[in-house]
Design a protein around this ligand. Structure first.
Ligand code: MN
Length: 291
């Protein structure tokens, strides 16, 4: 859904600085799918409530054709954003959906789910992201849930500078995103910036925030953020948002959220608050109680 509107004044008075730049780690997951892990386990505390960000992008079917056969999750949410390509999702709760070209799948694993994510193409480009968003302790054992959000159901707007903004979650310049989450208040924006265009976004200082550039480059204060880099933004009490300026045509994700400040215990696809809960998750999975 695209709306033409008078973007309300939303000026950032003092922008946050970049704390550091992160280079993703090339890895593979599922049945040999090649991907770049941008947000890795050592950054989970710093970027609470976000647990992981994977970027995948390739024209070579050998890099993705195996997909992600049946595997479990417990204790958090997975948000898959498909830029190009088609992925079929099936889960043990009986849900099935096709994720494609600009669409998002928002899945709450809650107490547990077993699902598969398999490419529904044998050639062509596959590009997208999977973000893991933590659940508060009180919701980790909630019923599993999911929603497929087709591309035309993601709110979009354009700024006077010509920046196209897709609001997957949260709110930007008065536009409500496709999803809202009370406990973590996630903001998830996909930005298309023309050369030299600037964009600003109000952010609460206590929310952890990062930018991932996947095409082009950005200047943020004194820092240049090249393509394939994540910029972690400092939490500064006197700063009220982020300002970025494109160097060449640029595409980037801006992601922010309210930290949970709860213990994080991860073992593979299970993210709980304690080791005891992890042992329980593994035992439940082995006993077939996640299906
Ligand atoms: Mn999965």
């Amino acid at each position: 859904m695209t709306s033409s509107l008078n973007v309300p004044p939303n000026a950032v008075k003092q922008a946050r600085d970049v704390e550091r730049l992160i280079v993703g780690q090339a890895t593979s997951d599922g049945a040999g799918v090649k991907l770049t892990r941008v947000l890795t386990q050592p950054l989970q505390r710093r970027l609470d409530p976000f647990l992981m960000l994977d970027a995948f992008g390739t024209d070579n079917p050998d890099d993705y054709i195996g997909g992600f056969p049946d595997h479990p999750h417990r204790g958090f949410e997975t948000i898959t954003y498909m830029i190009a390509g088609r992925m079929r999702h099936r889960d043990s709760a009986g849900h099935e959906g096709l994720l494609q070209n600009g669409g998002v799948q928002w899945m709450t694993a809650g107490r547990g789910i077993i699902h598969s994510e398999l490419p529904e193409q044998e050639a062509g480009r596959m590009e997208g992201f999977q973000l893991w968003l933590n659940l508060p302790a009180k919701d980790k054992m909630s019923a599993p849930w999911y929603r497929d959000i087709q591309s035309d159901a993601i709110p979009e707007f354009s700024t006077d500078a010509g920046v196209k903004v897709r609001v997957i979650a949260g709110e930007s310049h008065g536009v409500q995103g496709a999803m809202q989450r009370e406990a973590t208040q996630p903001l998830y924006l996909d930005l298309y910036l023309p050369d030299e265009a600037s964009f600003e976004q109000i952010l609460p200082a206590t929310h952890n925030a990062f930018v991932y550039v996947y095409q082009g480059g950005l200047v943020m204060g004194e820092t240049t953020v090249p393509s394939q880099r994540m910029a972690i933004l400092k939490n500064q009490v006197d700063r009220d948002g982020a300002i970025m300026k494109a160097q060449g045509p640029t595409r980037a994700l801006l992601i922010a959220g309210q930290p949970l400040n709860e213990p994080i215990a991860q073992y593979g696809p299970f993210v709980m608050n304690s080791n005891e809960e992890i042992f329980q998750a593994v035992a439940d999975f082995k006993a077939g109680r996640l299906a």
